[in-house]
Write a protein that binds this ligand. Sequence first.
Ligand code: CP
Ligand code: NVA
Length: 309
Amino acid sequence: MVRHFLRDDDVTPEEQREILELALQLRVDRYKVQPFVGPKAVAVIFDKPSTRTRLSFSVGVAELGGYPVVIDAQTSQLGRGESVADTARVLERQVSAIVWRTFGQDCIEEMAAHSSVPVVNALTDEFHPCQILADLAAVADARGSVGALAGLDLAYVGDGANNMAHSYLLGGATAGMHVRIGSPEGYAPDAAVVARAEEIAAGTGGSVLISHSHDEAVTGADVVATDTWVSMGDEAEGDERSHAFTAFQINARTLELAAPGAHVLHCLPAYRGKEITASVLDGDQSLVWLEAEYRLHAQKALLTWLAER
Ligand code: CP
Ligand code: NVA
């Protein structure tokens, strides 16, 4: 059975550790593994804008010895209504993996259902699991080891109903972290995702806290994270969201409440003065540039791991 990576809980805690260990090794020894030498092709498809994901998968596949074929939905037949199943049937005959950024999770599940090669979620409305691998790898690197992740308090404040919040819940619980989500009323995470995260945490020693208080979420946290208040597709609600999320900004006070030396994460792109202040994003406790670099190493590790199944 081919393995896919559509959600953070598509890997077990042990498998996540293996991928993160390889990611840390690849930062030190960039060409250590080359599963796509030949070169084998990997399709990287975008239905939404991207800078980091496009860059890191393109560079990553090339560094793994392969050839990235980057496709925009707008200029392919997918954008003109060709079915996902037919697209999968064509792609699987020519590429070694399919990486896709799209809208609904149901779309990427359909691609996977029709693909004999691994399908990787490069962001959907519901999850952004490659980003969380990079975030966990960056924190592990900064704290000296992958083993250091378990037991850390990870607080995410802002839009609790978006892809990043959901992936922090599942990915953080898988890593054995205590995941706290702080969001305004009306922007809480999906109940089924919370229940799944609690189930995972019960087995890893982690825990889950869902709060409507910024202060409750971040007090004593080892890692504080946020994301844009206006995800791709939410643009029409921009003003309403900026108003609703004001009390959930990461700023100097957040760091006073968090554990001393707490690390700060943001998947980027960041909007300074909105979800995070410039002084925190650009400050000493910020891991955001290492986090962005780890998109490359973590995705190379993931693709290598999937290629070896
Ligand atoms: N963090 C992230 O996924 O960035 P892009 O949207 O630029 O790919
Ligand atoms: N939540 C954001 C993440 C961007 C990388 C979005 O979906 O737009």
